[in-house]
Design a protein around this ligand. Structure first.
Ligand SMILES: NC(=O)c1ccc[n+]([C@@H]2O[C@H](COP(=O)([O-])OP(=O)(O)OC[C@H]3O[C@@H](n4cnc5c(N)ncnc54)[C@H](O)[C@@H]3O)[C@@H](O)[C@H]2O)c1
Length: 277
């Protein structure tokens, strides 16, 4: 049950991210938050998560029923870009704050504008965590004076298999690091959909998907999914490197993305001092 001073958090998507954030809330990692409701297209996923959570958390496959759950104030989308397109506006219209994990969906300028306008009209917040990368605060702060932002993502060849951008490399043996793509993020996002969220979040924070540059490198010795960001502008130069461990239940998701979402929730639910921009 959600009491007056608590923030009731609901999840669109009960997979690796939804499960970990919901459990973190119940373990007390997000003071002031409680798990209020679950939604998933896959009934089995939702029922499995409800069974491991404490209390009788309502699960629904009907979005309006989910959005009308008792005490629900904030919705975390951790499902898919399709779910953002299908349900984010409904959540905002129901006056719920919204955290979007599938940030690739927000590269669609029309959708982003529609959701931003709806959030503003309803007095709600539309938020996205830094996810599997960091440095987003500095990129945003420097936004007006940014000249160049480049993301270099290095993965083992098996992590790129199946992507349309890797088609010409599928049957080739890769023994040294090879640049598979070098171009604007907007095209790279389509060619490497599994890399979409990192490139999208960085683009949205800085120069946009047309001007942000993306390099995808296949390296058989890569220590995990490595994201290097280099930004230049009036402020000087910044460079960040992230060597991410995959989530044990979903190797396509970096564990850091979950920690990042939990921290964003702490900021959204908390009243304490806020450190960092
Ligand atoms: N922002 C970031 O840096 C970042 C990092 C990792 C993952 N992600 C994104 O977060 C999302 C969730 O990741 P995950 O690892 O938890 O995935 P997952 O596959 O483990 O779980 C996704 C869950 O969402 C459900 N689902 C899928 N489409 C749905 C829809 N249209 N409506 C309702 N439920 C739906 C699935 O049944 C599943 O239970 C993905 O889109 C992923 O790309 C973002």
């Amino acid at each position: 049950m959600v009491t007056g001073s608590q923030v009731g958090v609901g999840f669109i998507g009960c997979g690796a991210i939804g499960r970990d954030i919901a459990r973190a809330i119940q373990a007390g990692s997000v003071p002031g938050a409680v798990v209020a409701a679950l939604f998933d297209v896959d009934e089995n996923q939702g029922r499995t998560l409800a069974a491991v959570l404490e209390g009788d958390i309502p699960f629904s496959t009907d979005i309006q029923e989910f959005l009308s759950a008792d005490g629900l104030n904030l919705v975390v989308e951790c499902a898919s870009p399709v779910a953002v397109r299908a349900h984010a506006k409904d959540a905002l219209l129901a006056k719920k704050d919204m955290i979007v994990m599938s940030t690739g969906a927000l590269v669609d300028e029309e959708l982003l504008a529609e959701l931003s306008e709806t959030a503003q009209a309803q007095g709600c917040r539309l938020m996205a965590p830094s996810g599997a990368i960091g440095g987003i605060d500095a990129i945003r702060a420097a936004e007006d004076g940014l000249d160049e932002v480049t993301l270099t993502t290095t993965k083992r060849p098996e992590g790129l298999r199946g992507s349309p951008g890797f088609r010409d490399w599928e049957d080739r043996e890769i023994t040294d690091p090879q640049v598979i793509y070098d171009g604007p993020a907007v095209d790279g996002i389509k060619l490497f959909p599994a890399n979409v969220n990192v490139a999208a979040t960085l683009s949205l924070a800085g120069l946009g998907p047309q001007k942000t540059k993306l390099k995808v490198v296949a390296d058989p010795d890569a220590p995990g999914n490595v994201h290097q960001i280099e930004a230049k502008g009036d402020f000087g130069m910044m460079r960040f490197t992230f060597e991410n461990r995959p989530h044990p239940d979903n190797p396509r998701t970096s564990y850091l993305a979950i920690l990042s979402a939990i921290e964003l929730l702490r900021q959204a639910c908390g009243t304490g001092p806020r450190i960092g921009t």
